[in-house]
Design a protein around this ligand. Structure first.
Ligand code: SDX
Length: 392
C-alpha cells in the first residue's frame, strides 16, 4: 500500500495542502502573510489591517478598513444567555476549558451561520467569531477571578476593548494604556496565522464535513491547548520559574537532551522552522520595549536570554536546528502586562481565530473541496478465523 498517512481536505498525497494565505520558509526563517513579511506587518500594521489581509487577500484601503472595523465592533457583544453558560464551570476551571465550551456553545446561538453555502452568511460567521473572541476570552478571565463581566465599548479599538473587558471594573473608569494596547495588538498580529499547524489543520478537517463554523473553531481551540502547540507559552513561563536562576540552566539543558527524560525545552524547536522563528525575534524586541515602558524589571527575561544563548551554543540544539519559537518570549510580555499564565494560550486562541477563520473560508470556497478522509498505513492483523470465548 503506497498510500501513507495523509490528510486530504484539499491535501495532496504528499500530506500538503494548497493555500494562498501564509507562506513559511522554515530553513530561512521567513513568514509571509499574503506576500507581506511578518516583520513589516508587526511594525507598520495593526491587527484589523492584518485580519482584513488574511480574510480578503489584500491590505484594506482606509474606507475598507473603516467598514471592516465597524462590522467587527458591532458584533463584539454576545447573546446575554451565554452569560449563564460560564456559571456552569467550577471557579478554578482552566480558562482554555471555558473557551472550548463557550465557543462551541456559540453554534447553538447563530443558526443562520450554519448555512455555509451562502457567502454572506460565511462572512457574518467570520465577523462574529473574530469579534466575539475578545469578549469571551475576557469573561473567561473575569469568571476565574470572580469579578463582574465588563461589556464591550464601541469607542475603543480591538486591542483596547479587550484590555478594558479584561482589566476594567465597574467601580471606576478604565484608562487604556497606549503602551499596553500597542503591545497587545502586536502580539495578536504575531499569532494571527501560521499555515497548516495542528490547530488550523483541525479546523480544516472539522470544517470539511460542513460542520458549524463555531464548532470548528472550538475544535481548533482544543488542539491549540496542548503544551506541544499553543500551550507552550504557559509552559515556558512555568519552566523559567522552575529553573529560577541561571546557575541551574545547564541542569535543564542536560535534561532536554536526555532521551529518557520527557522534559523538552519549552519554547524551543518547531515542526517547520529549522532557523530562528521570525516571530520570536519581533517578540524579543517587543519584550524589551514593553518591560522598559512599563518599568518592569523581570529577572525571567534575563534568564530566558541566558537560556537562549547557552542553548544556541550547544551542539545538540545546533545539530537539531532547534531555535526559539513564537512562544519563548511571549509569556514574559504577557506576565508584565498583568495576565496570569493560565490566560496565555487563551490570548493565542483569540489571535489565531482570524487565521482559523480565513483558512476555513478558503477551504469552504474551494470548488474542489471534499470531506477530509485521512488515509492510514494498516499495521494490524491480517484476516483470521473467529475465536469463541471458551477457546480464548
Ligand atoms: C507552536 O506548527 C506550527 O506552526 C505551530 C506554531 C503556530 O504558530 O501554530 O508555530 C505554534 O506550536 C510552536 C511550538 C511550541 N511548542 C514548544 O515550544 C514545545 C517544545 N517544542 C517541542 O515539543 C518540539 O520542538 C515541537 C513539538 C515544537 C516539534 O516537535 P518535533 O517535530 O518532534 O521536533 P523536531 O522534529 O524539530 O525534533 C527534532 C529533534 C527530535 O529529536 P530526535 O527524534 O531527532 O532525536 O529535536 C528534539 C526532538 O526530540 N527536540 C527537542 C525539542 N524540540 C525538538 N529536544 C529538546 N527540547 C525541545 N524543545
Amino acid at each position: 500500500d503506497t498510500e501513507h498517512f495523509t490528510f486530504d481536505p484539499g491535501f495532496t498525497s504528499t500530506g500538503s495542502c494548497e493555500s494562498k494565505i501564509t507562506y513559511i520558509d522554515g530553513d530561512e526563517g521567513i513568514l509571509l502573510h499574503r506576500g507581506y513579511r511578518i516583520e513589516d506587518l508587526a511594525e507598520h500594521s495593526d491587527f484589523m489591517d492584518v485580519s482584513y489581509l488574511l480574510l480578503h487577500g489584500e491590505l484594506p484601503s482606509r474606507s475598507e478598513k473603516l467598514a471592516f472595523e465597524k462590522a467587527i465592533t458591532y458584533h463584539t457583544m454576545v447573546h446575554e444567555q451565554l452569560n449563564y453558560f460560564f456559571r456552569g464551570f467550577r471557579r478554578d476551571a482552566h480558562p482554555m476549558a471555558i473557551m472550548v465550551g463557550v465557543v462551541g456553545a456559540l453554534s447553538s446561538f447563530y443558526h443562520d451561520s450554519t448555512d455555509i453555502g451562502d457567502p454572506h452568511q460565511r462572512m457574518i460567521a467570520s465577523h462574529r467569531l473574530i469579534a466575539k473572541m475578545p469578549t469571551i476570552a475576557a469573561w473567561a478571565y473575569k469568571y476565574s477571578v470572580g469579578q463582574p463581566f465588563m461589556y464591550p465599548r464601541n469607542s475603543l479599538n480591538y486591542a483596547e476593548n479587550f484590555l478594558q473587558m479584561t482589566f476594567g471594573v465597574p467601580a471606576e473608569e478604565y484608562k487604556v494604556s497606549p503602551t499596553l494596547a500597542r503591545a497587545m495588538d502586536r502580539i495578536f498580529i504575531l499569532h494571527a496565522d501560521h499555515e497548516q499547524n495542528a490547530s488550523t489543520s483541525t479546523v480544516r478537517i472539522a470544517g470539511s464535513s460542513g460542520a458549524n463554523p463555531f464548532a470548528c473553531i472550538a475544535a481548533g481551540i482544543a488542539s491549540l491547548w496542548g503544551p506541544a502547540h499553543g500551550g507552550a507559552n504557559e509552559a515556558v513561563l512555568l519552566m523559567l520559574q522552575e529553573i529560577g536562576h541561571k546557575d541551574r540552566i545547564h541542569e535543564f539543558i542536560k535534561r532536554a537532551k536526555d532521551k529518557d527524560d520527557p522534559f523538552r525545552l519549552m519554547g524551543f524547536g518547531h515542526r517547520v522552522y529549522k532557523n530562528y522563528d521570525p516571530r520570536a525575534k519581533v517578540m524579543q524586541k517587543s519584550c524589551h520595549e514593553v518591560l522598559s515602558e512599563l518599568g518592569v524589571d523581570d529577572p525571567l527575561l534575563e534568564l530566558a536570554m541566558e537560556l537562549e544563548k547557552i542553548a544556541l551554543e550547544d551542539d545538540y540544539f545546533v545539530s537539531k536546528k532547534l531555535f526559539p519559537n513564537v512562544d519563548f518570549y511571549s509569556g514574559i510580555i504577557l506576565k508584565a502586562m498583568g495576565f496570569p499564565t493560565t490566560m496565555f494560550t487563551v490570548l493565542f486562541a483569540l489571535a489565531r481565530t482570524v487565521g482559523w477563520v480565513a483558512q476555513w473560508k478558503e477551504m469552504i470556497e474551494d470548488p474542489n473541496q471534499r470531506i477530509s478522509r485521512p488515509r492510514q498505513l494498516y499495521t494490524g492483523y491480517a484476516e483470521r478465523p473467529y475465536k469463541p470465548i471458551d477457546k480464548r
